[in-house]
Design a protein around this ligand. Structure first.
Ligand code: SF4
Length: 90
């Protein structure tokens, strides 16, 4: 799902600025019973590491089912090639 910028992502002049990553919870949609499994990955993502961030996005895309990430065949997705080597490790 594509979501446009929210009001707090715009400067006073109306220009779109980067989202505040400190407010972003990479595990925001993760079911509570799975959060401990991905907390270390989320911590690395919040420090700015791209690989765990992309991996978490794939997990979120697949409703946090790592098996589904492993068999993703949406090659048109920008994250597909990045996550090829990490598939199924979630
Ligand atoms: S590569 Fe597949 S699992 Fe990852 S975000 Fe894209 S469509 Fe979803």
């Amino acid at each position: 799902m594509t979501v446009g910028p929210t009001i707090d992502q715009k400067s006073p002049s109306g220009a779109i600025i980067a989202p505040d990553l400190n407010k972003h919870d990479p595990l925001g949609t993760c079911p509570p019973h799975l959060k401990p499994r991905y907390e270390a990955m989320a911590a690395r993502a919040k420090k700015g590491h791209a690989d765990p961030a992309a991996r978490l996005k794939c997990l979120e895309c697949c409703a946090w089912q790592s098996g589904e990430v492993a068999i993703c065949h949406i090659v048109e997705c920008a994250l597909w090639a990045r996550n090829m080597k990490g598939r199924g490790k979630g």
